[in-house]
Design a protein around this ligand. Structure first.
Ligand code: FE2
Ligand code: FE2
Length: 279
């Protein structure tokens, strides 16, 4: 049994975060949580359902503010890029313009719609976003690194796709397939980086910056079609970059499932819904 505070603290500890990330929040606090409902997207119907079915708390993955409050998490792209060898200035140039767009777009959102339902129902409610995504990124990068360690320079995009499908049951439960969206399945993977865990995907600008600075293959969990088109038409000063898109719900679920295992160790029974896939 945990309180909502303890549930959030447990999440933060899993990635060594000193503070709750800006895209995660406790909307209605509660104690003694034994049974929780956990979904990728939670709306008011799920909250009512949870009340009706006797759950003690509801956990959402996605936040409700569409960037209004969450935008600082998008800065994590810069850290990930710099760690992968992208110069700081190039990383900032790829990331900062999008932050302005996120902040501007966030102004139109009704971030209180779903949390207000939880308050009226009096059901404990929180959302845990960045921790799950960071845990998912680490898991995906681990399998990529192991695959490349095994196959060396001969590693093909197809080897990575195969290893991901084999390593994570979530991909078998998802409707979207792990897909090579830029490049061919028999291309060499080369230096391969998972860009995830920074609020949302970095679009064409972030991908192109990786390709310009020594990353051969990038993994996103999703990309907007217009951003993919932009990326395909871009000149990034080299032969080509490769992009593997692993699929949104499976990738989110991989991180959520790491967190769920830890909640279960603490005696919280978790029921998955709304896109949360079994491992
Ligand atoms: Fe996510
Ligand atoms: Fe997501």
């Amino acid at each position: 049994m945990l309180s909502t505070d303890q549930m959030m603290q447990l999440a933060n500890q899993l990635i060594g975060a000193e503070q709750t990330p800006a895209d995660s929040a406790i909307f209605v606090a509660g104690q003694n949580i034994q049974r929780a409902l956990f979904g990728v997207d939670i709306n008011s119907a799920h909250l009512l359902l949870a009340k009706q079915l006797g759950f003690d708390a509801v956990i959402a993955h996605h936040p409700y503010d569409r960037g209004l409050l969450s935008w600082p998490v998008y800065l994590k792209h810069i850290d990930l890029m710099v760690k992968a060898g992208v110069p700081q200035a190039a990383a900032e140039a790829a990331v900062l313009p999008r932050i302005e767009m996120l902040r501007q777009a966030g102004h139109s959102v009704n971030n209180d719609e779903v949390p207000s339902t939880a308050r009226l129902l009096g059901i404990p409610f929180l959302n845990v976003h960045n921790v799950c995504d960071e845990l998912g990124r680490r898991e995906l990068q681990r399998v990529v690194d192991e695959t490349i360690a095994r196959n060396g320079e001969d590693t093909l995009l197809d080897d990575i796709v195969g290893a991901l499908n084999q390593s994570f049951g979530e991909f078998g439960h998802a409707a979207a397939r792990v897909e090579v969206m830029l490049g061919e399945t028999d291309d060499y993977a080369g230096k391969t980086v998972v860009a995830h865990g920074a609020y949302t995907n970095g679009g064409a600008a972030v991908a192109a910056a990786y390709f310009r600075h020594g990353v051969d293959t990038l993994l996103y969990i999703h990309i907007q079609p217009e951003e993919l088109k932009k990326l395909k038409d871009m000149d990034y000063g080299r032969e080509k970059g490769r992009l593997i898109v692993v699929g949104h719900l499976a990738a989110d679920s991989i991180g959520m499932n790491v967190y769920i295992r830890e909640l279960e160790k603490q005696g919280v029974e978790v029921t998955r819904c709304s896109g949360a896939l079994e491992p």
